[in-house]
Structures are given as C-alpha cells and as structure tokens.
Design a protein around this ligand. Structure first.
Ligand code: BGC
Length: 484
C-alpha cells in the first residue's frame, strides 16, 4: 500500500480553543504547538536542499546534457538535447503577417501576428482541448486543431491566400529539419494514440487537407522554450536561454555547433543552433534518487507516464500541488496538522491545485486570508492560525525546493555557456503566478554560477505563441523556403 491508498485517519473532535487558552493551560498548548511545529519541520527536512546538493544537481545535469549532445551516447541519454534547426535569432527587422499555433497543455491557441520593424500586433483565440481528445486517437487531436485554425482564419478573414505559419508543439520531438518533428513521447497528461514516432507537421497538414477549406504554409515547428527564447531575443540580443516553468518544465539554449556532435548539417555561420534540452526527463535514469522523496515516487507511480519526466514531476505546475497535497495529507494522518482531521478533499488525488500554493504564499507573513479561503474551498472552515501557519510552511518547503532545483538547472546552463552576461527568457504559469518563484530562483542562481558570470531572468509573456511567428518570420527573412 502506498500513501495514495492510505485511509484518512478517523475524525476526532477538536477541543474548542477558547476553553484552553488561559493560565497554565495556555502554556501547555503553546508548548504543544511548538512541539508540533518542530515535528513538522523535521518531516519536511527532506524537501530542503543544501547548496552542496544543488551543486551536485548542476553537475549531474551537465553530465546528462553532454551525453545528449554526444552522438555516441545520445541514444541512451535521458536529456535528449534535440537540435531545433533554429540558428538565427530575430533582429527586429522581420516583417509580415504570420499565423501561429500553440499546443502544449489543456488549452490550444491560434494567433495572427502582424510584424513590422520593432512593431508587433497580435490577435489570438484560445480553444480548450477536452480530456477525451488528449487521451483519444491522434487524428481526433489534429482534426480538432485544424477545425480551430479554420474557425479562426474565417473569423479573421485570412482564409484567402496561404499565410506562413509557425507551429509550437511543446512536447519532446526529434527534429529532422525546421518543418519536420517526430514526437518522441507524450508528456503532461496527453496520450493520443498513433502520434509517437510520427512527424507532427505531416499529421497537421493531413488534417488540414481532410477539411479542404483552408490553406497554410508551415514554415517552422518548434518547442515552447524556443518560442520563448525567440520572443525575448526579438527585443534583447543578450537572450540565449528559453525556460518554461508551467504545466511542464524545459529549457533551450544557444549552443556552439562544435559542441553538438549530433549536428550533421553545415557548419557555416552562424556557427550555433538552439538546443531543446528536454531537461524535464532529467533523472529518468536514476541520477536524481539522492533528492527524490516518497512523495515524488508516489506521484510518478500514479501518473500516465511512470518512470518518465522525473525532474518535471518535482517542479512543474502539473505536479507541484499534488506533491503539496501528499505532504499535507500525510502530516494530517500523523496528527500534526488540523488535529488529525483535515478536509476530506485533502485525501483525494488531484484536488489540491498548484494555484493554491501560489495563493497561500501570497498572504503577508502572519496573515492567513488567502490560506483560509483555499481551505474553505476545500471544505474546511475551521482552520486555526496554527494550521494556517503550518500549511504555509509546507507550501513554502515544496515550492522552494522546486525553485531551487529549477535554479540549479539554469545555473548549469549558464556555467556551461560561460558567457559573461546572459538573459534568460522565462514563461509559464508557475513562474508567472507564484509570488516568490522569481526571487527564490535569482537568489539561488547567484550562489550557484561561476564567478564572473552575470544573468537576468526576463518574463517573456506569450512567448511560445509569439515566438512561433518569429521563427516563421526569421525563416522567411533568411530565405527559409530553402531552409525547409
Ligand atoms: C515537454 C517539453 C515542453 C515543456 C514545457 C514538457 O513536458 O516535454 O517539450 O517544453 O513540457 O511546456
């Protein structure tokens, strides 16, 4: 039996607080509170990673990235380091109208982007991807994408002549050119049959052909990390890393061709290529066991892709709420929280969302307005200040661990690149909505990078969609038709 299957502890009656807070009794209860907190801190100690451990994470990630880049070891490597075929970054001179598709989570976006020298105008529409489609046949998914695209094109009256299109497809793909990407494996709760191993651009084109009412010209397929990097590089030439901290996690960076043994195209200028690391799979060969906990193992065992994306499962928005829930549920069972009688929903998988962690940590220190709201939403309106303080402590332990290991990954890339100053473009709901993630990361990256290096983290909002149009635009600017 694992901690998913453990029953909720039998409910005990809570002693009314007013009866016990005077005189010697008050002192007794204060001591009890302090003791409980000490136990909670001890139980959460495994979630606190020392700098020594984080340095070890950096070093192990570097080993895995090098294994990914090396032709002889790439096959067995977990961090695949796919070359993206994106070699030129935007210079702000790109012009024209472009369509972009952005698929990477439960929402799918279609965008129409009008680019001029340093001007950007964007129309976009969000469509839901129902779970039945996420788990159904691949043709169903691509028919849905084509239908949304057609609706958008008709509504925006851009269905007459074919427009260039950039397709952001945010799953691990092995690229065979700027417009050819084979899905290696699904992540983030998708499991459509018949897509793994296939070229997703071809599947998109086939779905569009089945409809026959729209025409597009696919100029590029890319990952959201590349889109994020491109969107930021359009404004800021120091930008060399794209990082997503959202439903999933991943990073890309600009690598010198000499370091990419996998690269078997020309070595002409610019002697660089953006590498999609797919570092969410870091740890899938056991190398992160020294920091994984029982909670991480439970989440993995109950996921759609056990044994895969183990680094992602310790950090990303799809899993962070669940890690927190497992800790809260376990400590409640042990009688350390809610007098052992927490809300029933705490014992149901998937009922504690990552956004709750962000909300709870948004309260000012010592205030618990948001925390109480979250607990009420979970069906518990009886929380004491002690409960709230302890719930917040646990949320902080889980999110700090996530921010620190994400920081270790960024520090690893910065140290590897060794450039004096690098801007890291970041997007994703976890980074955007968690009140302290940015600061926690900045502080830790500073401690982990080599002396003499500097960096900044820049929010690249909507980067994955805008970046798709920019990759298409750069391809058009440098004669991308030939590059395809
Ligand atoms: C995918 C990556 C993607 C990341 C962020 C991961 O699950 O494997 O391709 O970049 O999520 O969306």
């Amino acid at each position: 039996m694992d901690i998913y299957d453990l029953p909720h502890s039998p409910a005990r009656r809570r002693v009314p607080v007013k009866d016990i807070t005077t005189g010697g009794a008050a002192l007794f209860w204060k001591m009890l509170r302090l003791r409980r907190r000490k136990f909670i801190e001890e139980r959460c100690a495994e979630l606190i990673l020392t700098d020594e451990k984080l340095r070890e994470v950096c070093q192990r990630l570097l080993v895995e990235i090098n294994r990914g880049l090396n032709k002889d070891t790439n096959k067995e490597a977990t961090v695949k380091c796919f070359p993206t075929y994106v070699r030129e970054l935007p210079n702000g001179e790109e012009c024209g109208k472009f369509l972009a598709l952005d698929l990477g989570g439960t929402n799918f976006r279609v965008l129409l982007i009008d680019l001029g020298p340093h001007i950007f105008h964007m129309e976009s529409k969000i469509f839901a991807v129902p779970q039945s489609i996420m788990l159904g046949p691949g043709t169903g998914l691509f028919d849905h994408i084509a239908e949304c695209l057609a609706t958008f094109m008709h509504e925006n009256q851009v269905d007459v002549s074919p427009l260039p299109l950039g397709f952001t497809f945010s799953f691990p793909c092995s690229q065979e050119g700027l417009t050819k990407a084979r899905l290696a494996t699904w992540t983030k709760g998708f499991k459509c049959s018949g897509v793994e191993g296939e070229d997703v651009v071809k599947l998109l084109q086939e779905a569009i052909a089945r409809r026959g009412d729209i025409k597009i010209d696919v100029m590029a397929v890319l990952n959201d990390t590349t889109g994020t990097l491109m969107a930021c590089a359009w404004k800021n030439p120091a930008c060399r890393i794209g990082l997503i901290l959202g439903t999933g996690i991943n990073a890309c960076y600009v690598e010198r061709l000499d370091n990419v043994q996998l690269w078997d195209e020309d070595h002409d200028d610019p002697k660089q290529v953006v590498i999609n690391t797919e570092l969410g799979a870091f740890g899938d060969n056991g190398t992160l066991e020294f920091i994984r906990t029982e909670y991480d193992r439970t989440i993995d065992q109950h996921s759609l892709n056990p044994g895969r994306q183990l680094f992602e499962k310790m950090i990303s928005g799809m899993y962070m709420g669940e890690v927190t829930r497992l800790v809260l549920a376990q400590l409640t069972r042990e009688g350390l929280l809610f007098d052992g009688m927490g809300p029933e929903t705490l014992f149901e998988p998937g009922q504690f969302f990552t956004k709750y962690v962000s909300e709870i940590e948004s309260d000012k220190k010592g205030e618990y307005t948001c925390c109480r709201q979250v607990l009420e939403e979970l069906g518990y309106d009886d929380a004491t200040d002690e409960d709230c303080a302890n719930v917040r402590f646990i949320c902080e332990a889980v999110s700090r661990r996530a921010a620190h290991i994400a920081a270790a990954a960024v520090a690893c890339l910065l140290n590897k690149m060794g450039q004096k100053h690098v801007t890291v473009a970041v997007d994703g709901s976890l980074y955007r909505f968690h009140p302290h993630f940015h600061d926690l990361m900045v502080e830790k990256i500073r401690q982990l990078i080599n002396p003499g290096l500097t960096f900044d983290l820049m929010l690249s909002e909507d980067g994955s969609g805008r970046g798709a149009a920019l990759v298409a635009a750069v391809a058009v600017r440098i004669g991308g038709l030939a590059a395809r």
